[in-house]
Design a protein around this ligand. Structure first.
Ligand code: SF4
Ligand code: SF4
Ligand code: SF4
Length: 350
């Protein structure tokens, strides 16, 4: 298969370019400009990374909930004025989000790419890959992203601004965000990997952050995108996914629902792709618009990635066959296999 017709290869190239720009991009756009690009980016690109080209939308939400909404209520000043920055951030987020929808996850997010890279490293090291999580685990994990968004991004910062919770909870989500540690390490800054025992709140937050980052790295070597499943930005995307121009579309066929190859290919274990009989936009709450289900669907046009009403990429039997073979070749090469092949002629000679 020509790599340039392989959707996964194209996606990987876009992810590498996005990672370079979002993690190191202020070198190109200038630090001052980077600070002003949108400050409401729909992917986890981090404000703590001093070379980042833009900031994720979760940081202004937390600070505005605490310092604008919370403090305007507790000081008795205009709530409307307090809410205005939140509405502005949401509007900026939506202006960007509408362009790519959840593809900000599958194609752009540096932390999403990092987790996929961990999976590649694990597979190439010959570690046994967990093909998919058990449905029971997936179902239990799904509500966690909403809790992360509701509690850590909105409620705790608001309670902090109202004076009901510690000031250390103003940036409650940022304090445990694995993107903060990953992106700062990627620019050679180790200051975000710390343990802080100044008080119980920051101690719990710093331990949780280090644990979450460590767990993500360890799990990511064998399990597909472990952190994405509980990411608060995935929840925010889910809430607005119907306004996005990019979407996953299904045209069910009689054979559909039996093979399940699309669900097997899905890194987010969305088994409903093959069971749903819905026609049209099926962009699920957990979808990252990566397109793997479309690549691995063997039925003509049953699944499609569309931009507004235009099909961008459609399932086809020919592509499916070529893609399956390419995947087999890719998975058959591991470091362990390469090493034993290198050693075996020597052993035979001995
Ligand atoms: S710590 Fe996470 S949520 Fe906060 S700005 Fe960085 S990427 Fe965004
Ligand atoms: S769900 Fe994954 S890809 Fe999407 S913003 Fe969160 S970490 Fe990034
Ligand atoms: S449903 Fe399809 S496009 Fe969405 S995450 Fe799963 S494989 Fe990717």
């Amino acid at each position: 298969m020509n790599p340039l017709t392989n959707l996964s290869v194209i996606r990987r190239l876009v992810q590498v370019a996005a990672f370079a720009f979002l993690v190191y991009g202020s070198v190109v756009v200038g630090y001052y400009t980077a600070d002003k690009l949108s400050v409401a980016f729909p992917a986890l690109t981090c404000a703590y990374d001093m070379r980042s080209a833009d900031y994720c939308t979760l940081i202004p939400f937390q600070h505005q909930m605490a310092h604008r909404v919370g403090e305007s209520i507790s000081n008795g000043t205009s709530l409307l004025m307090g809410l205005l920055p939140v509405v502005t951030t949401l509007g900026t987020f939506l202006l960007l989000f509408v362009l790519l929808n959840k593809a900000f996850c599958g194609w752009i997010c540096p932390l999403g790419f990092f987790q996929e890279l961990l999976g590649v490293i694990g597979q190439k090291l010959g570690l046994q890959q967990r093909e998919s999580l058990a449905p029971g685990i997936v179902d239990r994990l799904r509500p966690v992203k909403w809790l992360m968004l509701g509690v850590l991004v909105f409620s705790l910062p608001l309670l902090s601004g109202l004076g009901f919770a510690s000031h250390d909870l103003v940036g409650a989500y940022c304090a445990i965000c694995p993107s903060r540690i990953m992106t700062t390490l990627a620019v050679g800054d180790t200051s975000q990997l710390y343990f802080d025992s100044a008080n119980p709140t920051v101690m719990v937050l710093s331990v949780s952050a280090d644990f979450l980052f460590g767990a993500m790295v360890a799990l990511g070597l064998t399990t597909r995108q472990p952190f994405c499943r509980i990411c608060p930005l995935l929840a925010l995307h889910a809430a607005f996914r119907k306004v996005g121009l990019a979407r996953l579309v299904k045209n069910p066929s009689p054979r559909c629902g039996k093979c399940g190859l699309c669900a097997k290919a899905c890194p987010m274990d969305i088994r409903e792709i093959h069971t749903t009989e819905k026609q049209g936009d099926i962009t699920f709450a957990d979808c990252t618009l990566c397109g793997r289900c479309v690549e691995f669907c063997p039925d003509q046009d049953v699944l499609q990635l569309k931009y507004a009403t235009f099909p961008v990429f459609s399932a086809s039997p020919r592509y499916f066959k070529q893609r399956k073979q390419a995947q087999k070749r890719w998975e058959s090469w591991t470091l362990r296999g390469w090493w034993s092949r290198r050693r075996s002629p020597a052993t035979e000679r001995a």
